[in-house]
Ligand binder design. Structure first.
Ligand code: HEC
Ligand code: HEC
Length: 512
């Protein structure tokens, strides 16, 4: 069909959406998940609850080719295909490795409820999306342009992707706000560092090492710890951004919104306006404006306001005693050095705002739109909720927001083949990665499977995989009595996601 007709048709659907009741007959025979999108501006008019409900609808929507699903001419990285003469149209419209790979966000994020983690079958082959159409089938990959790796070598399993397990977003609004506060603290320290001095980078009691400013005003980041490479780039007198990237297990993504924009294009071929432009058909599927700014705000807010995980202590006295002993042992042997039991969210940080002030280009940034604020402690949101104690909300996430290498070295099978925090195709990229953010343990007990790859079926296996920077607590764990070891596991088993099932709270509405 003529592309211009299609564009004007879809523009009309957007422009006329307020009149949709009158136009309902035009929906007859139309097969779409989201017949009416939010219009920019509506995010400030709808109630928080309505906005979150719509966000959940977008998160569970099973997108169709009649509303822009698929990306015939773009990769999951947002870039054009290497070979535009072989577009990603049927039968190349889905691909488990380079994507699009699923119909909805909830297709992967659904355990123990929508917005949570996923079974190993929902693993993502992270970085596979830099190829047009990469499969594990030698014949296919060798025959497909754009499937040579950056060294010009035929793609092998090892050079395609890192297999990552789907992790969940319960409590993630508090996580993003903690990360913003840590970033602000670290940036203030760097800003106050005069040439010829070094300063300790500390926030919320967490040490991120030291920042050194040379006499000539340039920066030395070699003593900074636990912050991912893209946030350490410096140029001349400009300090490194030191932005904490709490999302994605290798610490690559700054905000829920940034992740959401990435994911819509990568997994579903749905292009948000703020990433691809208004009226632009970047992927050549004849649809423009596939996701409005207000849509992205709604789906981001749905994730940010998901209930927080809690500790569930059973009535059985023996089990309850084991849990409390397990927590004590966990702290005694040094697990809490990285899995910090709780961190303080201060300065009204529980008022979640969109956009995140540190969002990179291609995502809504401050000044692009009025700020939208939501109180994460409000009882109007689905519970359980955290509450302020005085002027602090304590967030029991069991993390330090830092990257650590807990592998035993270059031949540890827990290392990944590719380092996504290095430029794709560089030597450092192919050296692989052993650094991951200290996994947040809240809600861990019903977030099977375990490990960044999801290859462990029990938490005990994940604990026994701790080496490198965690060698000491690992050895201490090994030296515990069997009962104390079991108590640590029993303690981990008490950290659960308990989704709010009260009917008045955001009952799932079936999409198409
Ligand atoms: C094919 C499965 C799959 C689909 C579909 C999917 N995700 Fe994910 N998601 C993952 C995996 C795997 C991770 C962990 C990624 C990593 O660690 O690199 C993840 C991580 C995330 C995170 C970061 C969580 C954290 O704490 O680090 C967010 C946010 C997220 N996804 C949002 C979405 C949204 C929004 C959609 C739909 C537009 C979506 N995802 C679709 C598998 C999926
Ligand atoms: C040096 C920091 C550090 C210390 C100390 C540490 N951990 Fe971890 N922990 C991590 C990191 C990093 C991960 C993520 C590893 C990965 O996914 O490859 C992790 C992951 C885990 C997981 C897996 C969660 C999941 O879903 O995959 C569990 C369980 C865990 N740690 C428990 C413990 C226990 C128990 C101890 C004490 C014996 C401990 N950790 C000590 C950094 C640490």
């Amino acid at each position: 069909m003529n592309r211009n007709i299609f564009i004007s048709l879809s523009l009309c659907v957007f422009a006329c959406c307020g009149m949709l009741t009158a136009l309902d007959s035009s929906q007859i025979g139309r097969e779409v998940a989201i017949p009416v999108h939010l219009q920019d501006g509506e995010e400030y008019v709808l109630s928080t609850r309505e906005l979150i409900e719509f966000g959940k609808k977008l998160f569970t929507a099973r997108w169709t080719s009649q509303e822009g699903a698929g990306r015939p001419l773009t990769k999951g990285t947002d870039n054009p295909l290497s070979d535009p003469l072989a577009p990603l149209v049927f039968p190349r419209n889905f691909n488990r490795i380079s994507g699009p790979d699923t119909n909805s966000c909830a297709g992967c994020h659904n355990l123990p409820d929508i917005g949570g983690g996923g079974d190993i079958v929902s693993n993502v082959f992270v970085l596979g999306q830099r190829f047009d159409f990469a499969t594990f089938n030698q014949t296919d990959t060798l025959n497909t342009k754009g499937a040579l790796d950056e060294r010009g070598l035929p793609v092998s399993l090892q050079s395609i992707a890192n297999s990552r397990k789907t992790i969940g977003m319960f409590g993630s609004g508090f996580i993003e706000m903690l990360a913003r506060q840590i970033t602000a603290d670290l940036q203030a320290i760097a800003a106050a560092t005069v040439p010829g001095t070094a300063r300790a980078l500390t926030s919320k009691g967490i040490s991120f090492g030291q920042i050194v400013r040379r006499l000539d005003g340039t920066w030395d980041t070699s003593l900074v710890q636990g912050i991912s490479a893209p946030s350490l780039v410096t140029s001349g007198q400009a300090p490194p951004s030191l932005i904490i990237r709490p999302f994605n297990q290798a610490g690559n993504v700054i905000s829920l919104r940034q992740f959401t924009n990435n994911a819509f294009n990568q997994h579903h071929g749905i292009q948000p306006e703020e990433r691809f432009g208004i009226g632009v058909d970047a992927d050549g599927d004849s649809f423009v404006n596939e996701l409005t700014r207000a849509d992205v705000t709604a789906v981001t807010l749905f994730q940010a306001t998901l209930p927080v995980p809690i500790q569930v202590i059973p009535k059985d006295v023996d089990v309850a005693n084991a849990i409390s002993n397990g927590r004590r042992v966990f702290l005694d042997i040094g697990c809490g050095r990285c899995h910090i039991p709780q961190l303080p969210l201060q300065r009204k940080g529980w008022i979640y705002t969109e956009p995140n002030p540190y969002n990179p280009a291609g995502n809504l940034q401050p000044g692009n739109a009025p700020v939208l604020a939501v109180d994460l402690t409000s009882d109007e949101l689905p519970g359980p909720r955290l509450k302020p104690t005085g002027d602090v909300v304590w967030v029991p996430a069991f993390t330090d927001f830092k990257l650590h290498d807990i592998t035993s070295g270059s031949d540890d099978p827990n290392r990944e083949p590719l380092d996504m925090n290095q430029p794709a195709g560089s030597q450092a990229f192919f050296l692989g990665n052993g650094k991951f953010i200290t996994r947040r343990l809240w809600g861990i007990a019903n977030q099977h499977p375990f490990g960044h790859h999801g290859m462990y079926t029990t938490m005990r296996e994940a604990v026994l995989a701790h080496h490198g920077e965690a060698e000491k607590p690992y050895t201490a764990f090994q030296n515990l009595s069997k009962y104390d070891q079991d108590c640590v596991i029993e303690f981990l088993k008490s950290l659960r996601i308990v989704p709010d099932k009260r009917p008045q709270h955001f009952a799932a509405e079936p999409s198409t």
